[in-house]
Design a binder for this molecule. Structure first.
Ligand SMILES: *[C@@H]1O[C@H](CO)[C@@H](O)[C@H](O)[C@H]1NC(C)=O
Ligand SMILES: *[C@@H]1O[C@H](CO)[C@@H](O)[C@H](O)[C@H]1NC(C)=O
Ligand SMILES: *[C@@H]1O[C@H](CO)[C@@H](O)[C@H](O)[C@H]1NC(C)=O
Ligand SMILES: *[C@@H]1O[C@H](CO)[C@@H](O)[C@H](O)[C@H]1NC(C)=O
Ligand SMILES: *[C@@H]1O[C@H](CO)[C@@H](O)[C@H](O)[C@H]1NC(C)=O
Ligand SMILES: *[C@@H]1O[C@H](CO)[C@@H](O)[C@H](O)[C@H]1NC(C)=O
Ligand SMILES: *[C@@H]1O[C@H](CO)[C@@H](O)[C@H](O)[C@H]1NC(C)=O
Ligand SMILES: *[C@@H]1O[C@H](CO)[C@@H](O)[C@H](O)[C@H]1NC(C)=O
Ligand SMILES: *[C@@H]1O[C@H](CO)[C@@H](O)[C@H](O)[C@H]1NC(C)=O
Length: 494
């Protein structure tokens, strides 16, 4: 989205993904504007160690493509923005590009997609008129090489080409791009490809100047009075990410196309920012990316397209310290270049609590502020719907009768039940994750291997409280509550 404006060139590469049983995947972008980039061999080893199954490259780097050979990792290669004009004006340039950067590597390197440029309409509008020609020429070259069934062609776009994305049901593409969008959608439809979207709740939130709750951007559960509802469809939006994807589906529909799936080619959150970027924190990045992964791997689509999973590439693998722009621009990486994660990242474990020794528990910090702990405890046992019966007097987890002990039990119970649907271990900074099972004797914490049901409930059994549909009068009330926020949102998303 705004990256190009700030930075000029965009880089994305990569992406690993891992697939869940049902098929949705989370991949990762690999930007290479890194001063101490590991060797290509090491990069691939790191990707495999973290079980990434899909990567996106910003270009078609020879050494990286060779290193990815035989890795089993699916690869999206990129046509750099500087190359779009040349390819769009010449079928032979397109054919040469495909031969050099795709045909030379498949099938040992599993290239499955060509991303043509990066946010071309908003970052290099002068190339817009030839964008779809470039895509067509590349596709024809793939046909000639008999690779068109295994390699798709698409082009990542910024959310900025949809001027008003809230309410999602009223979203339209900026009409300045009418003819390009029409040709693009026609191309994607004809070639069974998909629409590529760069969706950044970080910018949606930070540009909103506080009008949005940050929880909405971070996929955290919202109190019922703050639920975000589209007043036309009455669909509830649990996250800004879902709203952005849905707005794009509605914009495609408003252009009279259907059946074109969306893939999110970039989504992420920076973990360090400058003095004026207070939301770029490790805690927020950890929350966003872990919740994003859970969200994607739950395999559902956004409210209007529940059956289209939202395959997503996280932005990005390593910090790109050589990029220009604000501090946050250089700090989107989820891994250090030595391969360790910047913060705990639950790749591929969405909602599948294992209950064995690798289970992660959520407990109160022993040095947390008592008032905040009491608030957190009250919230978890109340609105958070934790089962707090075991910490009542006479019950197995009542002793030791301390705030930290009781809050730990309640936090963990909430977390084990809710993490698959976006619940986090935070509680205003008073909670922390641990691998150590806090259970003792007959006091068994949810998630413990000693706990029969492990305290888990199915996400669907939790949904009635927060979803529409129980009665129409409830819906009307919700709708009224939401009209005001919706009005703000409409302004903010411009
Ligand atoms: C490449 O990825 C596709 C899509 O997942 C898969 O069907 C195919 O078997 C893979 N090819 C190789 C050579 O691994
Ligand atoms: C649509 O795009 C044009 C060209 O980039 C721009 O000038 C205009 O402001 C955009 N319209 C809206 C409503 O954002
Ligand atoms: C774009 O298409 C819409 C709907 O067909 C139309 O209302 C609008 O005038 C068009 N805009 C331009 C700039 O052609
Ligand atoms: C979509 O179809 C409707 C009904 O045929 C038409 O009124 C509208 O202009 C079309 N929109 C676009 C963007 O072509
Ligand atoms: C998946 O995520 C969506 C969007 O947050 C949510 O509405 C749905 O209930 C989730 N489904 C499951 C099975 O967790
Ligand atoms: C990896 O690098 C980070 C940042 O330099 C450092 O904090 C961490 O300890 C390193 N991890 C290992 C296993 O060396
Ligand atoms: C815990 O579960 C994980 C994932 O199912 C498995 O790989 C691991 O071996 C298990 N560990 C133990 C100690 O059972
Ligand atoms: C709450 O937990 C207790 C055990 O601590 C269990 O007996 C009870 O069935 C649970 N209640 C619900 C509604 O899950
Ligand atoms: C789990 O159960 C086993 C056997 O009943 C017991 O030895 C062990 O201490 C229990 N672990 C915890 C954390 O309570």
């Amino acid at each position: 989205m705004v990256r190009e404006k700030w930075l000029g060139s965009l880089f994305f590469l990569l992406v690993g993904m891992f697939a869940n049983a049902l098929g949705a995947f989370v991949g990762i972008n690999i930007g290479t504007d890194v001063s101490t980039l590991p060797s290509e061999i090491d990069i691939v080893a790191i990707l495999k160690a973290h079980q990434f199954t899909h990567v996106r490259l910003y270009d078609a780097n020879t050494r990286l493509l060779k290193a990815l050979a035989g890795s089993g990792i699916e690869v999206m290669v990129g046509v750099a923005n500087e190359e779009v004009l040349g390819i769009g004006e010449s079928p032979s340039v397109a054919a040469a590009w495909v031969n050099k950067n795709v045909a030379a590597y498949v099938p040992t390197t599993n290239i499955t997609t060509i991303a043509v440029g990066s946010e071309v309409l908003t970052s290099i509008p002068n190339a817009a008129s030839v964008l779809v020609s470039a895509m067509n020429y590349l596709h024809k070259a793939l046909v000639a090489a008999n690779l068109n069934f295994q390699v798709k062609v698409s082009t990542p776009q910024s959310m900025d080409i949809i001027p008003r994305s809230f309410p999602p049901s009223t979203a339209n593409f900026n009409s300045s791009w009418n003819s390009t969008i029409y040709q693009l959608l026609q191309f994607l439809k004809n070639t069974n490809s998909y629409y590529m979207l760069n969706a950044y709740p970080y910018y949606g939130y930070t540009r909103g100047n506080g009008i949005f709750p940050i929880d909405y951007a971070l996929f955290k559960p919202l109190p019922s009075v703050k639920q975000i509802v589209d007043p036309n469809t009455l669909f509830h939006y649990n996250s800004m990410f879902d709203a952005m994807v849905d707005a794009t589906y509605y914009a495609i529909e408003a252009s009279n196309f259907t059946g074109i799936p969306i893939v999110v080619t970039e989504a992420g959150w920076p973990w360090l920012g400058g003095a004026k970027e207070p939301d770029a924190t490790v805690e927020n990045a950890e929350t966003f990316n872990n919740n994003l992964i859970r969200r994607v791997l739950n395999n559902s689509g956004p409210p209007s397209q529940p059956n289209f999973p939202i395959n997503t590439y996280i932005y990005e693998l390593f910090n790109e310290d050589k990029r220009s722009g604000p501090v946050s621009e250089k700090n989107w990486g989820v891994l250090f270049t030595n391969g360790s994660t910047v913060y705990p990242l639950n790749l591929g474990t969405s909602g599948r609590a294992t209950g064995n020794s690798s289970a992660v528990f959520c407990v109160a910090k022993s040095d947390a502020d008592p008032d905040k702990l009491q608030e957190g405890l009250n919230w978890a046992c109340g609105q958070g719907q934790a089962n707090c019966s075991a910490i009542q007097p006479g019950q197995p987890c009542y002793l030791p009768d301390s705030l930290v002990n009781h809050a730990s039990y309640a936090y963990n119970n909430y977390y084990q039940r809710m993490r698959s649907v976006g619940g986090t271990c935070d509680f205003d900074g008073t909670a922390t994750q641990t691998d150590t099972d806090p259970s003792s004797g007959s006091c068994v914490f949810a998630g413990s291997s000693n706990s029969s049901g492990r305290g888990l409930v199915s996400p669907s059994s939790l949904s009635p409280e927060v979803s529409p549909g129980s009665s129409s009068s409830n819906l009307k009330i919700l709708r009224l509550q939401l009209l005001i926020p919706a009005t703000f949102l409409a302004l903010v998303f411009v």
